[in-house]
Structure formats: structure tokens, C-alpha cells
Design a protein around this ligand. Structure first.
Ligand code: UT7
Length: 326
């Protein structure tokens, strides 16, 4: 396929994978000083899926990828690149989770690398995937997979109740008309200390710390979330020169139902136009948006021509969004 024949990129297939085990708020309350009432009223979460002991980012991502490839009618051998967004990779540094998935798929013509922009990882990967797909003139697989249950302190009620595990994937293909219309990516790196996983190589002491748990200033992240999501939505619409009323589906990162309520209210958008599945899956970090896309696709809610707005925020403090014509 000549590299220059396609100007645009669209999503051809979507897939998701959620681990079988479902853990309710009530089940957590049996071993933790918390309650369904507190968790549900503060976050909108009722349950989460948790990975089995033998599952990880690569194995869950592989399942989501196979479903996306089947949905898009693309074979692994056609792929030019495999990009995986994750902050809970199978190996701390290398090999990349993308390489493991590429190997299992038998995608022998594809390159592979991971990208970490925490909960915003999928929109970053989608943006990069679009450029790669256009440059190569070949399909690109974008996966987001997270096993959050392995990095939270199950004794810390302020964080562990918020997260779940899961994976989502999309296949991007060159197209003659716009599918991925526009992206906005940004970060407030100066505030990055508000959400940290305490493990790494920053100092020798850090490198000896084991295991490294998530530490979060919940209030600061909440405020950043509302501020950055509104900023992304306004910038996407202004830069694409489209009115907000034309958006058919707002698909926000699922971190807290109250964050979504606040953004919808402040933007003057009816709550029902903001997709929500946090009650079932909790916060699956970078995987939350492709899991939502797959759910909407299964429900046949995404119609050709629909305008879809993706918006995410998270550690970094990175944020981003993407406008799609389905
Ligand atoms: O993907 C990005 C990741 N993070 C986020 O998006 C998080 C954004 N922030 C939030 O969603 C909210 O700040 C939280 C849900 C994390 C917390 O809600 P909050 O209304 O800000 O509560 P808080 O942290 O101010 O805590 C209020 C109280 C505290 O007790 P005291 O000090 O008032 O006696 C906490 O100890 O609630 C207590 N608390 C809990 N109680 C029962 C905190 N977690 C729990 C819990 N169960 N699980």
C-alpha cells in the first residue's frame, strides 16, 4: 500500500477484556474499614473486576487485542505497530508489554513499544497511533491494559476501593475520510506529586522500596480532574470548530462519578450524554476509555457519522482528549 495514498485514520475494530472475578463493595467491607454506602456515595462505584493470580497486563491486553482485530477484520500479520498504554506492565522496565502481545499475536511485521501516560495513556497512544498508522500506511494496534490491583495497598481504604483491572484495544486503519479528527494532549507536571506510585529508581532508597503502592492526594486530583477535563473539551471543540451540541457520545475516563457530574454540570451537558460504567468496573486507569468504547460498540450505540469525544486525566498530571467521527 503506498504510504501517501491515505490522509486519514479511523478506528476499524474495538475489543475489551474484563477478568472474571467480580468484587463488590460489600465484599471489600468484610476485611476493610469501609462500607458500600461510603464507596458508592463518594465515587459511584459498586463493584470492580480483579485479575486472577496468573493474569497480567499482557495476557489481558492480548484478549482485548484479539477481539479488536476480529471486530475490525484485520489479521495480526497486517499490523505495522503494536502500542500498549500501561502503568502496570508485566516487567518493570523491559521487555515491553507490547512486545509480549506482538509475540503472542504472531504480528511478525509489527514494531512494538509501551507508553506510560497513566490514566491518560489510551488517548496519548491513540494520538501516536494515528501518526504511526498514517506514516506507515498500515494498521496499528493500540492496547490499554492495567492490573491496578497489584499496585494498590489493600490496607489503604482511601485508594484500594477506587480501582479495578481490565483491558481495551482498538485497531487503527488508513482511511480516505477523517475518523480521528483532532487530539489535545497536555500535562501539569509541576503537580505530579499528587498521584505517585512509590516505586522506582529515582534514588537508591526508592529502588529498594518494595512493593511500591499508589499514594494520592484525592482532593487535589479531583480538582485537577474537573479543571483539565473541561479545558480539554473546550479546546477540542474550538480547535475542531464544532459546537458542543453536536457531540453524540462523551466518553470520559471513569475515575469518580462525582467528577463526571461536575464536568457535565459545568459544561451544561445533560448527564445522560456522559457515558458511565464506573459502577461496574471502577477505575481501570488507561483501559477505561477503550473498555467503554467496546461496551458502546457491543450495544450498537455507535452509529456511522456519530461524533465521539474521549477525555482523560490522571497521574503526571497528564490529560488529553480526542474527537472521533465514527
Ligand atoms: O484516575 C485518577 C485517579 N484518582 C482520582 O480520580 C481520585 C480523585 N479524587 C476522588 O475521587 C476523591 O477525592 C476520593 C473518592 C478519593 C475521596 O473522596 P473525598 O470526598 O475527597 O474524601 P476525603 O479523602 O476527604 O475523605 C473523607 C473521609 C475521611 O475521614 P475523616 O478524616 O473525615 O474522618 C477519610 O478517612 O472519608 C474517609 N475515607 C473513607 N471512609 C470509608 C476515605 N476513604 C474511605 C473509605 N471508606 N474507602
Amino acid at each position: 500500500m503506498p504510504v501517501s495514498s491515505f490522509q486519514h485514520v479511523r478506528i476499524a475494530g474495538v475489543g475489551a477484556y474484563l477478568p472474571e472475578r467480580v468484587v463488590s463493595n460489600e465484599e471489600l467491607s468484610a476485611t476493610l474499614d469501609t462500607s458500600h454506602q461510603w464507596i458508592f456515595s463518594h465515587t459511584g462505584i459498586q463493584q470492580r473486576h480483579l485479575a486472577a493470580p496468573e493474569e497480567g497486563a499482557a495476557s489481558m491486553g492480548l484478549q482485548a487485542a484479539l477481539r479488536a482485530l476480529e471486530d475490525g477484520g484485520v489479521s495480526p500479520g497486517e499490523l505495522g505497530m503494536v502500542i500498549v498504554a500501561t502503568s502496570t506492565a508485566d516487567y518493570a522496565s523491559y521487555p515491553s508489554t507490547a512486545a509480549l502481545i506482538q509475540g503472542k499475536l504472531g504480528a511478525e511485521n509489527a514494531g512494538a513499544f509501551d507508553l506510560n501516560a497513566a490514566c491518560s495513556g489510551f488517548v496519548y497512544a491513540l494520538s501516536l497511533g494515528k501518526c504511526t498508522c498514517r506514516n506507515l500506511g498500515r494498521p496499528v494496534l493500540v492496547v490499554a491494559s492495567e492490573v491496578n490491583s497489584r499496585i494498590v495497598d489493600w490496607k489503604d481504604r482511601a485508594t484500594c476501593v477506587l480501582f479495578g483491572d481490565g483491558a481495551g484495544a482498538v485497531v487503527l486503519v488508513p482511511a480516505s475520510s477523517p475518523g480521528i479528527l483532532h487530539e489535545v494532549l497536555g500535562a501539569e507536571g509541576a503537580g505530579a506529586d499528587a498521584l505517585v506510585r512509590e516505586a522506582g529508581l529515582r534514588t537508591r532508597e526508592d529502588s529498594l522500596r518494595k512493593p511500591g503502592y499508589v499514594r494520592m492526594d484525592g482532593r487535589a486530583v479531583f480538582q485537577f480532574a474537573v479543571r483539565s477535563m473541561e479545558k480539554v473539551i473546550r479546546r477540542l471543540m474550538a480547535e475542531a470548530n464544532l459546537p458542543l451540541e453536536e457531540v453524540d457520545h462523551f466518553i470520559p475516563h471513569q475515575a469518580n462519578g462525582r467528577i463526571l457530574d461536575a464536568v457535565a454540570r459545568n459544561m451544561g451537558v445533560p448527564q445522560e450524554r456522559f457515558f458511565r460504567n464506573i459502577q461496574e468496573v471502577a477505575n481501570t486507569a488507561s483501559a477505561s476509555i477503550p473498555i467503554a468504547l467496546a461496551q458502546l460498540r457491543r450495544q450498537k450505540a455507535l452509529q456511522p457519522g456519530d461524533l465521539v469525544l474521549l477525555v482523560a486525566f490522571g497521574a503526571g498530571l497528564a490529560y488529553g482528549g480526542c474527537l472521533l467521527r465514527w
